[in-house]
Design a protein around this ligand. Structure first.
Ligand code: HAS
Ligand code: CU
Length: 553
């Protein structure tokens, strides 16, 4: 027996006005990505000591380009995509539209915030990288812009919660449809997680950059940053998980095995927010006890991802077997590999298996002593956010853009080639970075002008440059396919989201309906946050704002 994940998947179409604002979020995200990847090409080539950035108009330095790359790709693209895509999956999951004014307000807040930050970066007033560690100091427009980007997510979350409330009033005693549950849980997690960044920027960095505060407390600000900076990776990942659990099984001809296990995985991400200190294993101002506690908690975050690995793999296996796959691995080859949307996302999953292993290495304290601040870390996060997430966005775009435009995908075989090229390119690229990182090859360093160089970095550096170039070519193919689909794709009827069914409907008795009570999980999460972060913040209160800013260049 199969039960649909949503109550009435076919009975509701979103009004065009709402679809448009959702669409503009996604298109804005991809436009920003296009600029980001142009910067990325120069960074990859710099590891082979090729100085490409000197030919770029406007951009003056490696560090300026790297800031644009990180802010555009990791902060703006991801937020724009999540605001749009998760609004869509919430609305379609609940079978009701979200508040239009809120969705428009979210889009414009994001847009204006991104423009402000872009102004600061392109005017060379904010070469502070995407982590903007003080005392590196940026122009106030950079901080204000990023604050607005965060505010746009809160507005999106408010729109989702309002819709959930309306839905609950009309569906008393019913389970929240799974697609909507996953979507809303993603933003509830982020609402808690984003507080650190908001406090850092609004209370400290923005007033400081305007001359209203005498200095900064770098240790406190780094900690506020990583409080958000760790769970921000879930904010990038979970919209993709929504697709992997809620849509891909259907696209692959399978069903999702367990509704309950899926909800538990998302709840675990809400609970395991306070592990940001694993980015500060090498910070002298954090106690060993705290580092040990957080190292243990970090290993706990493997569980929701392992749950995902097994659940999604099983859903794909069901699809593969239904399509005639036999034996232990035969199903794998029967996944619809010729569908670029499916192929891109399954390749993204495989990249995440590897990225997850490199995450385990980072999380191991003594290993991190070896690789912290080396290119190994960049290798890890290009497997995760740069491939598992980015390639999934591309795969999603391959059905989403035809859905928005009521057109067919332009040249699906080229799209398939693009996905495979991107996957193999990231594998070469991240392998280069990781191999170099093990030999001490640094990250965030202008290698073209560095006065030191080890022979052991040569081959890894060339692999990085080669892989990065292929990633760039593949990304350009992606943009070509997107633009051509919009302007020249064959006209088609209005489609719908590929809703996955679950093997069984979620039970309405016993303890399981409580899984939907997000307020319980928020409460436990806040208690955990206070337990882990409370003593540190108390110790740093009142903050000593004595360190003066450094402005690069
Ligand atoms: Fe990380 C640093 C630890 C996951 C991103 N990480 C970073 C940075 C970024 C980042 C951007 O402990 C650099 C920040 C900076 O600029 O300094 N990370 C982890 C751990 C995980 C992890 C333990 N990271 C991510 C994800 C990211 C991301 C996800 C983005 C989206 N990371 C660290 C640590 C550092 C760090 C330290 C600091 C290092 C330092 O020194 O600075 C885990 O959550 C990973 C769990 C994942 C898995 C994989 C599950 C696999 C799945 C796919 C299933 C496949 C299927 C395919 C179904 C256990 C779900 C089927 C097909 C077949 C093969 C049959
Ligand atoms: Cu982390």
């Amino acid at each position: 027996m199969s039960t649909a994940v949503v109550s009435e998947p076919s009975g509701f179409t979103l009004p065009q006005g709402q679809l448009n604002v959702i669409k503009w979020n996604i298109y804005f995200g991809f436009a920003v990505l296009a600029v980001g990847v142009i910067m990325g090409l120069a960074q990859a080539l710099s590891y082979a000591r090729v100085n490409l950035v000197q030919y770029y108009p406007v951009v003056k330095s490696y560090y300026q380009a790297l800031t644009i790359h990180g802010v555009f790709n990791a902060l703006v693209l991801t937020t724009a995509f999540a605001n749009g895509f998760i609004a869509l999956t919430t609305a379609r999951g609940l079978g009701r539209k979200l508040n239009n004014a809120l969705l428009h307000a979210a889009f414009w807040t994001l847009f204006i915030g991104s423009i402000l930050a872009a102004y600061a970066m392109f005017a060379d007033k904010a070469s502070v990288l995407y982590t903007f560690y003080p005392p590196l100091e940026a122009h106030w427009t950079f901080y204000l812009g990023l604050a607005l980007v965060v505010v746009s997510t809160w507005i999106t979350s408010a729109a989702q919660l309002a819709a959930l409330r309306g839905w609950r009033k009309e569906h008393r005693g019913e389970r929240v449809p799974l697609l909507a549950f996953m979507s809303i849980a993603t933003y509830v997690m982020w609402d808690i997680a984003s507080v650190g960044l908001a406090v850092e920027v609004v209370v400290f960095l923005l007033p400081w950059s305007l001359g209203l505060l005498p200095g900064v407390d770098p240790m406190l600000d780094r900690t506020l940053f990583w409080f958000t900076g760790h769970p921000i990776v879930y904010f990038w990942l979970l919209p993709v998980y929504v697709s992997w659990y809620g849509l891909i099984p259907k696209q692959a001809g399978g069903v999702l095995f367990s509704d309950t296990v899926t909800r538990v995985a998302f709840i675990l991400f809400i609970l395991l927010i306070p592990v940001g200190f694993h980015h500060q294993f090498m910070d002298p101002g954090v106690s060993q006890g705290l580092k040990f506690t957080v190292a243990a908690l970090t290993f706990a975050i493997f569980f929701p991802s392992l749950i995902t690995a097994f659940s999604v793999m099983y859903a794909l296996e069901i699809g593969g077997r239904r399509r005639g796959g036999k034996g232990l691995v035969g199903w794998f080859f029967k996944i619809p590999w010729s569908d670029p949307s499916v192929a891109a996302q399954v390749l993204a999953m495989i990249a995440f298996l590897i990225g997850g292993i490199s995450g385990l290495m980072n999380a191991s304290y003594t290993m991190d002593m070896e690789i912290h601040n080396t290119a190994f870390i960049s290798g890890h996060f290009h497997q995760t956010v740069g491939c598992a997430v980015a390639l999934s966005y591309m795969g999603i775009a391959y059905w989403l853009i035809p859905y928005f435009e009521r057109r067919e995908l332009w040249m699906p075989r080229l799209a398939l080639f693009q996905a495979f090229l991107y996957f193999f390119a990231v594998m070469i690229f991240s392998n280069g970075l990781e191999a170099g990182g093990m030999e001490g090859m640094p990250r965030r360093t202008d290698m073209v002008h560095a006065t030191y160089w080890l022979a052991a970095w040569k081959i890894p550096g060339i692999m990085t440059a080669l892989g990065g170039t292929l990633m760039f070519v593949s990304a350009m193919l992606f943009f070509l396919i997107v633009v051509m689909t919009i302007v020249a794709g064959k006209r088609a009827a209005q489609g719908d989201l590929p809703f996955t069914a679950t093997v069984q409907a979620p039970p309405n008795v016993g303890w399981q309906p409580r899984l939907d009570r997000l307020s319980y999980w928020v409460l436990i999460s806040v208690v955990l946050v206070i337990a882990v972060y409370g003593p540190f913040f108390l110790e740093h209160f009142p903050p000593s704002l004595s360190i003066q800013g450094l402005i690069y260049p």
